[in-house]
Design a protein around this ligand. Structure first.
Ligand code: SAH
Length: 216
């Protein structure tokens, strides 16, 4: 559980890569990625590669997203300090920590019990404090805490979860990969009114699937 100068140095190089090669320009996103110790969220055998632009297996056959994917999704959300964010797919908690570093108020849902338990413990140990961590199915969101300024879905959905759009504030944005299991297109929906949304499409990605109830 250490964060040495070696790791800080590697993070600096990763941030330069995200800025120069991936094209991330939101300085708050870059700053957060430069500060969150990604190596502490993954298994020790992968730690030497934690600051390469790679995804790694985490528990329950899931993956921690590539740093470039985390950066791109977070940049598309245009997060401002103090905003209320709903994250679907806590996974190991790395993306949650990036959002918290940006001073967002984070509500997050995970459907794999092992990852829910892991991320809950890990984030607290590292002094990251989400507003609420839920074990359950993200398709229904968290209506009791709605509306949210932003919603981030970190798994690929075959169909648009309309319950989530309903939980967005007017003017709010939802970033979600949509498509079949082998590839998805990253989408951003901006809520214009109770019934109108602007839809934008970005690149092609491969996320782990967004699954329904918590039995598999
Ligand atoms: N943000 C995570 C990415 C994890 S991968 C990280 O930084 O590690 C996506 C996660 O979405 C997986 O942990 C998976 O279990 C979870 N997931 C899939 N379907 C879900 C659903 N319906 N509700 C909540 N979480 C879901």
């Amino acid at each position: 559980m250490h964060d040495f100068y070696l790791h800080k140095g590697k993070r600096k190089i990763l941030v330069e890569y995200l800025r120069d090669k991936v094209g991330i320009s939101d300085e708050n996103v870059l700053k957060a990625i430069g500060e969150v110790p990604r190596h502490l969220f993954i298994e020790s055998i992968f730690q030497d590669f934690a600051y390469e632009d790679r995804a790694f297996p985490i528990a329950a056959h899931q993956t921690i997203s590539h740093p470039s994917t985390v950066a791109e999704q977070t940049e598309l959300l245009e997060i401002k300090s103090g905003e209320k964010i709903l994250e679907i797919g806590t996974g190991c908690g790395y993306q949650t920590a990036v959002l918290l570093k940006m001073n967002a108020l984070v509500y997050t849902i995970e459907r794999q019990k092992e990852l829910f338990d892991f991320s809950k413990k890990k984030l607290r140990e590292m002094n990251f404090h989400p507003k609420f961590q839920s074990f359950g199915d993200g398709f229904s969101g968290l209506p009791e805490f709605a509306p949210f300024d932003k919603i981030l879905v970190t798994c690929g959905a075959e169909t648009l979860p309309t319950a989530l759009l309903k939980q967005l504030e007017i003017g709010g944005k939802m970033v979600i990969p949509l498509g079949k299991t082998d590839e998805q297109i990253l989408h951003r929906f901006t809520k214009i009114s109770e019934t109108e949304y602007e839809k934008e499409q970005f690149g092609i990605y491969k996320f782990v699937p967004m699954l329904g109830d918590t039995n598999s």
